[in-house]
Design a protein around this ligand. Structure first.
Ligand code: BTN
Length: 328
C-alpha cells in the first residue's frame, strides 16, 4: 500500500492503454496496482495535468483516450521497439545542449544506448561551431551515447549511418522522400529537416565513446523558423501537411538506427553503402566543397567504404573527409 503515486500512475496507464475501448472501475484498478481508490484518483488527476486524456462513463468508470506528445521517459518507452538504444532515457524540459550533457554522462560511465533528450535547448550546437535552433516542443533534440569497439578512424562514418537511418525511418513512417547530404544532413526537397553532430572521445587507437546528436525539425510552421533559416530549413509538418507525432518519429528513427548501428559495428560501412548511396542527394551532381579557406568545384561520384566522399575534378578522383558541400 506504500507505493509512490508516480509509479501507480505509470501502472494505471499501462492497464488502461492495454484496452482503450474498455471502461475500468477505479476500485478494480486500485486492486490491480495494489493501492487505494483515493490514490488511483490522485494518480489520474496527475496524469491529466501531464496532458493525458480520459473519459468517464455514468458509473464513474474510466477509459484511456489519448497521451500528450511529450518526451516523458515512460512515454518514449511505450513507443520504443529497440533492444538497447533508448533503453536508458535522460529527459529534460530544457538543457543547454543534449550533446554536452550526454558527453558528460558518457565520461561518467553511462551505458551504451543511453539517450539524452530535451524539449528545448538553450545552446543547441551545430557543426562547424554553429548554433542549432531548438525551440520548445517543436522538434526532437536528442543525443545517443555509443561505445563501439572500432578504431577511432572509422567512427566519423557514424554521422552518415545516422542520416541514413533517419532517412529510412522518415520514409517508412511518413512516406517522405528524405535525402542524405554527406556527411551529416537530412534534406527534403533540398531543405534541411535534420542535422547530426557526432562527437568522439578517443585515445590514439581506442575510442572511449561517441555521442551522436540528432536535431529533427518536426512541428515547426514556416513562421516558427527565424529569418536566417527560412528558405533553408523545413519541418516534417511542413512536408507532410499535418502535425507529426514526435514519439512515433523518435521510435521509428531509433529502431532504424539500432539496426544500422549493429551492422556497422559488425561489418563496417560497406554493407550499408547501397542504402546510403540510394538516398544520397550529392552523387552525380556538381558540388562546391569548402574546406577552411579553400573552395573547389567538382563532381560527387561515390562514397567510399571508409565514409569519404569521392569527387572528380579534371579527370582526377579526390577523397574528401571533412568540410561543407553544396550542390551547385
Ligand atoms: C548540424 O547540422 O550542424 C548538426 C546539428 C545537430 C543538432 C543536434 S540537436 C541535439 C544535439 N544537441 C546539440 O547541441 N546538437 C545536437
Amino acid at each position: 500500500m506504500g507505493r509512490k503515486v508516480g509509479d501507480i500512475a505509470i501502472d494505471l496507464l499501462g492497464i488502461l492503454r492495454r484496452s482503450p475501448a474498455k471502461y475500468h472501475a477505479i476500485p478494480d484498478i486500485a486492486a490491480k496496482v495494489e493501492s487505494r481508490t483515493r490514490i488511483v484518483n490522485d494518480a489520474l488527476r496527475g496524469l491529466v495535468v501531464w496532458g493525458y486524456r480520459f473519459e468517464f462513463d455514468s458509473s464513474s468508470r474510466v477509459r484511456f483516450v489519448s497521451a500528450p506528445d511529450s518526451i516523458f521517459p515512460h512515454e518514449i518507452d511505450h513507443h520504443l521497439k529497440t533492444k538497447f538504444i533508448g533503453r536508458n532515457i535522460i529527459s529534460y524540459f530544457s538543457l543547454p545542449s543534449t550533446n554536452t550533457l550526454a558527453f558528460n554522462l558518457a565520461t561518467e560511465g553511462a551505458p551504451e544506448g543511453t539517450i539524452v533528450i530535451a524539449e528545448k535547448q538553450t545552446e543547441g550546437r551545430g557543426r562547424l561551431g554553429r548554433g542549432w535552433f531548438s525551440p520548445p516542443k517543436l522538434g526532437l533534440w536528442t543525443s545517443i551515447i555509443l561505445r563501439p569497439t572500432l578504431p577511432p578512424s572509422e567512427l566519423p562514418s557514424l554521422s552518415i549511418v545516422t542520416a541514413s537511418a533517419l532517412a529510412e525511418a522518415l520514409h517508412a513512417s511518413l512516406k517522405l522522400d528524405a535525402e542524405i547530404k554527406w556527411p551529416n544532413d537530412c534534406l527534403i526537397d533540398g531543405l534541411k529537416v535534420a542535422g547530426i553532430l557526432t562527437e568522439l572521445s578517443a585515445e590514439l587507437d581506442k575510442a572511449n565513446f561517441v555521442v551522436v546528436g540528432v536535431g529533427i525539425n518536426v512541428n515547426q510552421s514556416a513562421r516558427d523558423f527565424p529569418p536566417h533559416l527560412r528558405g533553408k530549413a523545413t519541418s516534417l509538418k511542413l512536408e507532410t501537411g499535418s502535425q507529426v507525432n514526435r514519439l512515433e518519429t523518435l521510435a521509428a528513427f531509433l529502431l532504424a538506427f539500432e539496426k544500422m548501428y549493429v551492422e556497422f559495428k559488425k561489418s563496417g560501412l560497406r554493407p550499408l553503402l547501397p542504402a546510403i548511396k540510394k538516398r544520397s542527394c550529392l552523387l552525380g551532381k556538381n558540388v562546391r566543397l569548402k574546406q577552411g579557406n579553400k573552395t573547389i568545384i567538382a563532381k560527387a561520384v561515390d562514397i567510399s567504404p571508409d565514409g569519404a566522399l569521392l569527387v572528380k575534378r579534371r579527370g582526377e578522383v579526390l577523397r574528401v573527409t571533412a568540410g561543407e558541400v553544396t550542390v551547385i
